[in-house]
Write a protein that binds this ligand. Sequence first.
Ligand SMILES: Cc1cc2nc3c(=O)[nH]c(=O)nc-3n(C[C@H](O)[C@H](O)[C@H](O)COP(=O)(O)O)c2cc1C
Length: 225
Amino acid sequence: MDVFEAVSSRYSCRAFLPTPVPEKTVRDIVERAARAPSAGNLQPWRVYAVADKRADELKALLAPRMNELPKGEGGDYRIFPDPLEEPYRTRRFSVGELLYRSIGVPRADKPARYRQYARNFEFFGAPVGLFFALPRSHGAAQWADLGGFLQTVMLLARGHGLHSCPQQAWVSWHRTVRTFLNLPDDLMIYSGMALGHADESAPINAWRSPREPLDAFASFQGFTS
Ligand SMILES: Cc1cc2nc3c(=O)[nH]c(=O)nc-3n(C[C@H](O)[C@H](O)[C@H](O)COP(=O)(O)O)c2cc1C
């Protein structure tokens, strides 16, 4: 698979097969991903990978709490600006509509929407979960570096025939995750990620999120060829 195919075939996969992913594959992905650039070569990322029984332990911690605390423990950081202005608000709304429509859940059916959202905390059935953390003292530049690191992980996953879903939803359970992973106090979770083999037959994997046309977000100046 070349880089063009890796980029175009990546999508946020929300239904995985239980097929295990060997530790050596995950190690390979994470080790290679550290070739991602970072300002000043700080390499601010820390990665925690959980698989199989260990991942099941985390899921089992959360499952009984889903109904009791629908919003989790509150975020460790704000994911979206509040209020979220246009055009971002509409983009966020639209992708949610596409997701729920793909599984036949109408907008008004809040319990069904919540059940699907709660699948985040089962890693959507993936056998591997990754958590990405960075020092709490770090700022916007290092957060951006972490974003690049995540994308590198997701593209390398494609190289191994795997799919992924980045999951900031885990931030809403940051206290439980912190304790479970024994995260040092000076680190904070930026995002989780589900990793595994896609269930290609699942309707939730059968749609793709839209993108703005090139000229809506980029300008090109001074080119002579
Ligand atoms: C950092 C980050 C966190 C995300 N968190 C979640 C999440 O918690 N749950 C989820 O279903 N999708 C999550 N997404 C997926 C986005 O919704 C998705 O990337 C976006 O709609 C574009 O779709 P695509 O990834 O399929 O191209 C996240 C994406 C990023 C980059």
